[in-house]
Design a protein around this ligand. Sequence first.
Ligand SMILES: Cc1cc2nc3c(=O)[nH]c(=O)nc-3n(C[C@H](O)[C@H](O)[C@H](O)COP(=O)(O)O)c2cc1C
Length: 500
Amino acid sequence: METAVLAEGIGAGGANKPGMVHIVGAGPGPADLLTVRALNRIQCADVVVHDRLIDAEVLALIPPQAERIYVGKASGHHVMSQKQIHAVLIEQARKGRRVVRLKGGDPHVFGRGGEEVQALQAAGLSFEVVPGVSAANGCAAAAGIPLTHRDLAHSCTFLSGHLAEGSIDFDFDWTALARPRQTRVFYMGVERIATIACQLIAHGLAPDTPAAIVQDGARAGQYVLATGLKALVARAPAYGPRPGLLVIGETVSLSPHFKAAEESLPSNTPPVHHAERFSATDRASFYRVIASRRDMRHFTPAARVHDEVLQRVLQAAHGAPSVGLMQPWRFIRVLATALRGRIAELVDAERMMTAEALGIRADDFMRLKVEGIRECAELLVAVLAPDDGTVFGRRTMPRDMALCSLACATENLWLAARAENLGLGWVSMFEPEALAQALRLPDGAHPVAVLCLGPVPTFYDLPMLEQLAWRQGRPLAEFVRVDTWDGAQALPSRDASRCT
Ligand SMILES: Cc1cc2nc3c(=O)[nH]c(=O)nc-3n(C[C@H](O)[C@H](O)[C@H](O)COP(=O)(O)O)c2cc1C
């Protein structure tokens, strides 16, 4: 009957009448987990708009004459934005076509089906939603985990293991989630398993609560690791581009894959898929940020950096490597106007002293203006912490290592700032005592960099020093040698460092 309605009501590209959009859940992978209705819709489609995670055997059911439009969506890597997807659906339906919007799992369970429905409603188009087997029940069944059980779990909660864009923490009611006799299912929960486990345990969940990671659930290469939560965190595989479901609750112990923490567990590497976290597009963005990072001197006056952006760039600094995790640094955020004025005076005084030391190039040097101390949205001072006596290795070069750690943190901040479309300018203090006093630093602490951070009117294409013909950067090849300091160049002479 459904087919009859379709055939009659919607012309295949014929009438001027708009077509209809079928938002179809493709389930967790295998074609035999499609619903009969989903199969029917796919087979009648004029055009199929599909995501990345649709199995080849489901795609093979699309009639050869139907057009396929791939709209992507790996974690953090979207071929099209959600808005662009809406536009495609609307455009195709307005051509009078039978549009199947094919999504992994169920469209209404973390599938953004609701947003697509809203867009279609707003456009006045007809639609239907065909449910699919969601990852939670598909994977749980395949891994032998009941989601509810009369003795063990009276409820089951589906949660997204992805952080919403821009947020740095989950907004869950952890106290409620830590209560016993329930199953928690975190979609894409493997990447943040440590945070999730810490929160649940901190809110009272027993650390040996049975928990499982299911990757490629219900598919041929399914990988299940099930043990106590704490042990699972230690053994979690690196998160790959495939979705990983995290299930936490007593019912996991019923899975044939479950092994109590003290039993020997299988290796922590999924046997089939080698973890590969980043796509080629991710890599391209990463190198683009590095290539376009610039030391900035000119900032947009009266602009500001939003709190959450500042938090993110500082978090990037905090994520940098440091010798023995000693993190021997501190960033001091300068908010007091008078203090900022004082720092600007100190920088001006430094410049005069440097100009004097330069002698005949003094005038040229003074034209290389360090601007931004007064104008930039945020002023941060990167400070090397006093040696706290921690022994690391033989501590042959403790100060150098501490300085390197501070440099790593600053570089992360610099790159994060560029990725956030903010400029950062590094101003050095070669005689930092007065600044140390102004910041009331303890003995042994040294200000290493005054960092100007904020929106800029434009990013320079070339380093300022090159633009002003002060100095040229040297090609990479000069810096990489074979075996010894004066060995042959290890790389061809072509300078790839300027590629954007
Ligand atoms: C350790 C360090 C100290 C720096 N000190 C200053 C400084 O005092 N004044 C300044 O204008 N730029 C300073 N810079 C910025 C460099 O001059 C700039 O990074 C360099 O010219 C390369 O340009 P780019 O960052 O645009 O690639 C410093 C950079 C580093 C890494």
